[in-house]
Design a protein around this ligand. Sequence first.
Ligand SMILES: O=C1O[C@H](COP(=O)(O)O)[C@@H](O)[C@H](O)[C@H]1O
Length: 260
Amino acid sequence: MTAPQLVVHRDKELMALAAAARLITRIVDAQSARGTASVVLTGGRNGNALLAALASSPARDAVDWSRLDLWWGDERFLPEGDPERNVTQARDELLDAVPLDPARVHAMPASDGVDGDNAEAAAERYAAELAKAAGPGDHAGVPSFDVLLLGVGPDTHVASLFPELPGVRETSRTVVGVRGAPKPPPVRVSLTLPAIRAAREVWLLAAGEDKAEAVALALSGPGEIQAPASGAYGQQRTLWLLDRAAASKIPPEMYPPSSS
Ligand SMILES: O=C1O[C@H](COP(=O)(O)O)[C@@H](O)[C@H](O)[C@H]1O
């Protein structure tokens, strides 16, 4: 477990730009060291803002997009191409504009795919794909992702792990089907905390006043069942990327000494 490290930016626009710059550097470093890089994307407002900032950055050309594996932390279990699917939004914001290798874009299954509307079977299928990509040195049956991005919901959910629902209690499977999610749509597919914790770096994104309570709660350590975000950490680093509004309710002793 790595302790949370907090970075607070002036506002959500600056936060997205700085996070995009940070992600480009991290991908370039990983590709220099190992030839490839792997990133787990998140849906939601902050995840999409980061992708949009990345798309408009001239530094995006420093990334070798053909040697980047993309995975998803969760998906809204809807038909292929549905505008509410996280992958559809990611394609609109960035993926369609960069030369990715389609074989390395590991979207989660859609509800009109081979498993039909069986979210549990879709979760198993994605878990098998992750297991196949995992190397001998990887833990938990998933690759050691270089960066795993998570948006933090106003109720402290991350990926599609919601407070008190069964998904957040999962200790062995890497991917689960989620039913009864309080945020629409109710049926989803999500990585579990054990899969999230296999990542080298976990970056949690939260911006805006509506996230302030959630951020303060998750960082005050109530436990992952009540606050799933508090159970998300990386092997080497756990980074909370915030704007001032989202950081406004964290305990003063946790506030970083400087912010931009
Ligand atoms: O539904 C979802 O919501 C969360 C948080 O989204 P936000 O708009 O409140 O930032 C997101 O992280 C997740 O991927 C998505 O499926």
